[in-house]
Design a protein around this ligand. Sequence first.
Ligand code: TMP
Ligand code: ASP
Length: 244
Amino acid sequence: MQDVVRGSELYKGKAKTVYATSDPRYLVMHYRDDVSAFDGAKLAKLDRKGETNNLINAYVMGRLAEAGVASHFVRVLNERESLVKAMKMLPVECVVRNVVAGSMAKRYGIAEGTKLAEPVFEFFLKSDALHDPLVNDDHIRILGWAGAGEIAEMKALTHKVNGVLKPMFAKAGIDLVDYKLEFGHPVDDPNGPIVLGDEFTPDGCRLWDAATGEKMDKDRFRRDLGSVIEHYREVGRRIGVPNM
Ligand code: TMP
Ligand code: ASP
């Protein structure tokens, strides 16, 4: 895919807009400055968020590719846009937690910051209207959101990502507390292996400064802590993202 011509708008999410290209196997992912929390209940615009997340995502997807984790990411096109493979996404979110925080702390009454002996994997149904309920393998398989093989692949890949990103952030003095991944099948290989889609940015994970515990992720927006993008860019600088 050499010359990319951006086509019509296909889908406008809370922080990104997806456009068609002249080739149905590829899409343009446009990172806007919009930020959303609590399933769209809290919205704002943050200056330079789009370009910051586009660069951080590209860098992380590159590191994952080097480690053998296939994703839909192809290449950066411009400041706010990347070329990706068109995917049929599975309607679940895969969360891995290394440290207790957020909904897990609340659900089980455990203090935020409690370390976990092993990474804990959780599935959530992707539905803002239902506030992304926690679901188990049986719900997913029997209600038809994904098959048993896809469930196993999502778990294995999400754990593999943890094996790459947890040490990558640790070297940068950052604890990777938890994160969310989404998977799908490339439209030109619907029966092949699943591939990582969506994004990996500070919007979809928790990152705490290893020395001070300071939050460097979207909890700064959720909890009104201020200087959100300054912290995203500090994450980028520390892990080695160019132009941060
Ligand atoms: P939680 O503590 O709210 O369940 O979130 C766990 C992690 O997954 C946290 O880093 C935020 C991320 N996440 C999203 O980015 N979007 C979502 O819809 C969900 C459920 C989690
Ligand atoms: N990603 C969801 C939203 O944009 C949930 C959250 O991050 O709080 O509303």
